[in-house]
Design a protein around this ligand. Sequence first.
Ligand SMILES: *Cc1c(COP(=O)(O)O)cnc(C)c1O
Length: 367
Amino acid sequence: MSAPAPPTTSTGSPAGGAHAWRGIIEEYRHRMPVADDTPAVTLREGGTPLIHSEHLSELTGCEVHVKFDGANPTGSFKDRGMTMAITKAKEAGNEAVICASTGNTSASAAAYAAKAGMTAGVLVPAGKIAMGKLAQAVVHGAQVIQIDGNFDQALTICRELAETEPVELVNSVNPYRIDGQRSAAWEVVDHLGRAPDVHVMPVGNAGNITAYWRGYREYRDDGIIDALPVMRGYQAAGSAPIVQGAKVEKPQTIATAIRIGNPASWSQALVAAEESNGSIRSVTDDQILQAFRLIARHGVFAEMASAASIAGLLQLHEDGELEPGQTVVCVLTGHGLKDPEWAMSGVDEPVTIPADLDAAAEALGLR
Ligand SMILES: *Cc1c(COP(=O)(O)O)cnc(C)c1O
């Protein structure tokens, strides 16, 4: 890669130890469907932390890492696909984009459209969007329309609008979204120096599992890795069409980002599971909530849908389906700050004390 040499400090060592991350299109331009001179619409997404979890490793007997994609510019992995989709929409001369969203797609589309000087229209299910995600779409100037229906209905309307009106659809049925999202698999491998043995992630519309599997396979085909991971995808039990083998008309789950009854990339999710000897299974809301709290207590604040991958990991362990010493990557797809209500539910208000040293020491249990 032809990154410019990083600036050196007075001690002669590279400042920060690495070059400034340039966003996934620049970092992986030769793997992306862009010309050498296509200007990238970027907020420098990607390059997110892969964090070793001592606690989950101890619990499972594996080497567990979490890929924290909540660290992206708008707080979810959606930015990886959106930088590609908006870059291509802009290059093609579009002035407006449209999407249906459970929240994070609209937040990301709004931000990247704003960066590109384009307008974004987003259709969301009324009353089902976390406040933080809605705030993002609004603050970036998107036209937010709530529809009296669910995500699947919103997507159907958007697909039809994109066919008849002068707008580009940027849902994950837009192939550039999946292209961009492959970058997460490459980052995992570039960091570990190999593919994980087991890859665990939440599944909603199933675009992301499709993208990871394609990303891993491309690295294998290019000889960068010689083994592929087993792909383990998790839906929420109340929204598990792939597991049940039938559309769910009224999907229910506290993990709103995976509250989807008719996944757009359904068949590709099954391909990923089958080709990798993996599976698409479900975890209950109760398991998801417990996993959410567990990882937060160990330093990572991810959103509820993300916790499905940790719940899945724990279920795999309980069912004896992990081998000791395996390298496992769990994807944490979004940031917990998107929906702080969940963090605060069932928690006591912090105590209030006088502005007094002794009272503080006492309240903290230091004396
Ligand atoms: C979109 C999203 C998902 C689901 O990803 P799919 O590609 O739809 O399967 C999971 N978690 C979060 C936080 C999301 O924003």
